[in-house]
Design a protein around this ligand. Structure first.
Ligand SMILES: Cc1ncc(COP(=O)(O)O)c(C=O)c1O
Length: 492
């Protein structure tokens, strides 16, 4: 054993990196051959129990091969979120070039919380943020921050809006944040974490395409004001998680301006589509938002762990998050030229997240991102067209909506006289049958219907590894797994 086991010699470090890189590269090559669903939870828990390893004083007996064996089996005992057939929830990605960025960032381990500690690295990160801000139509006053995901970006947005619109000493019991009934649950969670009571969240009705309804919003605002409460923020969605619905951003921007509300757009799922031409057109009006959350670990295909908050008036973001401490006095943070990431969000120490975004942009350029995003929109259109063909051929399927982004919601059509519970159960059985075929993996949600929540399947195309082949497989497997018109022919 080396005298300083925590500091491997260069040759040893190289050997480790190569061994784990070989494992990861081999694993990625096998991804398309693995069942799209991955392991079911019960099987996964059994593997977890078997792999659980006591922490010893010495290295694991068996060394790197024993460690890799655990990692491989652990990766198999999971949803196959990195696979090409993954159409569930909101798919992430796992760009290898971003993973290399993480490895390098962690090996170099420079401190990027405060600009003065690593000005060039912070600059590189802020260059990416300014480029993104420009893509959303923001000007040079905008500032942004890379955080761990959309939930954190929404939280930082609520805190920024609260301080900007209500000041530091407001009576938060009266404060109100409005959002659509289809808003992601991280919005209500952010409001709570920002110190507001649960009653501060008011969810507003949506239209038939599940987009926030401006008239309902105006009525709710009036009601809130009549109660003597103080609305200060609207969170609208640029791509709801359920169906990819885009709230009417220009009309909502008008209303927020009129009413003095901070307008935050939760684009965690859909925001990145501004990078491609057809997506930008659908998201028109987003440039008027006061702040935008979007998730590079969704729409820019990064591995999990990167969300982004952009604020049109960067000074508001800084006012909400700046702090001072004597033990930081040697790192003069207030030169006004290059504000620190720590002044723009809740974290002081933080990983050098910029590199996992910057390196892929340097290695690939921006064009492949734009092309891949346009491809995802086209793939969702193709899935929708295929579903329409099946319906025209007699399939008892109800397509809930055409894709507003890259998600298609659908379910089995209710038979005359059938209860909602029975229809829901048949759709759930159908989903299990599709997923059991092992080529694609979808998830479900409940959507409002006249007599209650209707179980709805959703195909969300977002992984950079998903292409036409998987979409055609999905369409084929819908036919394979679909129960007939009569529930008596449903698979048991
Ligand atoms: C619209 C929307 N907002 C917020 C989030 C939360 O993002 P994260 O899981 O990165 O915290 C999601 C996640 O899917 C989302 O779809």
């Amino acid at each position: 054993m080396s005298e300083r086991p925590l500091e491997p010699e260069p040759a040893r470090l190289q050997e480790w990196i190569e061994a784990f890189a070989r494992f990861a590269v081999d694993h990625l090559a096998r991804l398309p051959l693995m069942p799209a669903q991955g392991l079911e939870l019960a099987d996964g828990l059994a593997v977890a129990e078997r792999l659980s390893t006591p922490i010893g004083e010495a290295p694991l007996p068996g060394g790197i091969p024993a460690i890799i064996d655990r990692l491989e089996r652990g990766a198999e005992a999971a949803l196959l979120t990195a696979g090409p057939g993954y159409l569930a929830y909101v798919p992430g990605g796992g760009l290898p070039s971003a993973a290399i960025g993480d490895l390098v960032a962690d090996l170099l381990n420079r401190y990027t919380g405060i600009t003065q500690a690593a000005p060039a690295f912070v600059r590189l990160e802020s260059d990416v943020l300014q480029w993104l801000a420009g893509a959303f139509g923001y000007g040079p006053q905008a500032r942004g921050l890379l955080v761990s995901g959309g939930s954190m970006a929404n939280l930082a947005a609520v805190v920024t809006a609260r301080i900007d619109r209500l000041g530091e000493d407001a009576d938060l019991r009266r404060a109100v944040v409005l959002a659509s009934s289809q808003a992601h649950h991280s919005v209500a969670k952010a409001v709570r974490l920002a110190g507001l009571p649960p009653s501060a969240v008011r969810l507003v009705a949506v239209d038939e395409r599940l987009r926030l309804c401006p008239d309902a919003l105006a009525a709710e605002l009036e009601a809130v004001r009549r109660e003597g409460r103080r609305p200060f923020m609207l969170v609208s969605a640029a791509g709801t998680t359920n169906t990819g619905a885009i709230d009417p951003l220009p009309a909502l921007a008008d209303l927020c301006e009129r009413e003095g509300l901070w307008h935050h757009v939760d684009g965690a799922y859909g925001g990145a589509f501004v990078l491609c031409e057809p997506g930008r057109a659908r998201l028109a009006g987003i440039e008027r938002a006061d702040s935008i959350a979007f998730d590079p670990h969704k729409g820019m295909f990064l591995p999990y762990g990167t969300g982004c908050l952009l604020v049109r008036d960067g000074a508001a973001l800084r006012r909400a998050h700046a702090g001072e401490a004597a033990y930081l006095q040697d790192l003069d943070t207030d030169d006004g030229q290059a504000p620190s990431p720590a002044e723009h969000g809740p974290e002081l120490s933080r990983p050098f997240r910029g590199l996992r975004l910057w390196l892929p942009l340097m290695l690939h350029g921006a064009a492949p991102f734009r092309e891949a995003l346009a491809e995802k929109l086209a793939l969702a259109e193709r899935f929708h067209a295929g579903l329409l063909e099946q319906v025209a051929a007699g399939a008892p399927v109800e397509i809930v909506d055409a894709p507003q982004l890259s998600t298609v919601p659908f379910r089995l059509r209710r038979e005359p006289g059938e209860t909602l519970a029975s229809a829901n159960a048949r759709s759930a059985t159908w989903l299990r049958a599709i997923n059991a075929a092992g080529r694609v993996f979808m998830s479900s949600t409940n959507l409002p219907s006249p007599d209650g929540p209707a179980f709805t399947l959703r195909a969300c195309v977002l992984s950079f590894r998903t292409h036409a082949e998987q979409v055609e497989q999905a369409l084929e497997d819908l036919e394979l797994g679909r129960p007939g018109v009569s529930s008596s022919t449903a698979p048991r």
